[in-house]
Design a protein around this ligand. Sequence first.
Ligand code: ADP
Length: 243
Amino acid sequence: MIVVDGVSKRFPNGTLALDQISARFQEGEFIALLGPSGCGKSTLLRLLAGLEEPSSGQIMWPTKNVGDIGFVFQDATLMPWMSAAENVFLPLRLRGKSRAETKPAVLAALAQVGLAEFADAKPASLSGGMKMRVSIARALVSAPKLLLMDEPFAALDEFTRFKLQADLHEVWRRTGTTIVFVTHSIYEAAYLASRVLVMSPRPGRVAADIVSHVAEGPERRTAADYTAFVKQLSDTLRQVMPA
Ligand code: ADP
């Protein structure tokens, strides 16, 4: 469990990005941070990753090993000269692991994102969606306890995005990894998350903390409870946005 306790973040230029954020994330939850651009979602994610320090308040983790946290950004940020497998191997190599001992884990991570056949492919030969899959495999290969994702599907076309959302949801259900996922898409938050924190415009505050009751299953995207959740989130956002 992660406890975010009264966290505020003011940047050196005076911008107050986050104001008194408090939340508790339970193990195995899929949390979406939903809010308009500039409300501090990425800042909160960077604080959770330990990449930045809060100006006040604190964040408590059960453990704080670097290997326990995976990070996926909007850009896949792959090394262009390395194959998919070598890119996935990279974080393990940086931790002193050998290629031979980690090969099964690398191939398993690629298989988890549907890329078992593309281990030797270079990024230039992969589509945008496949590159993002490699990026997700690279984060999963260390079996992180917490996976932080910053609008990973925002640059993809809608068909690819829907497919990756479905596959990510499945990976989450299978692995039980705790995921915190930044998005400004109501539909994406409603589809993916088990719980949505709706954030107000800057300075970011938690305006609402809503647990999803959308039933699992292949019809999830068109189910009545999904549509109702989309409406609930959009009504909530309308209330927090200035007129
Ligand atoms: P979001 O992810 O919700 O779009 P961000 O967390 O990126 O929002 O940014 C929140 C606010 O903090 C924005 O107004 C942004 O301009 C500002 N901000 C982000 N990083 C910095 C920084 N390093 N220095 C100054 N202001 C920043």
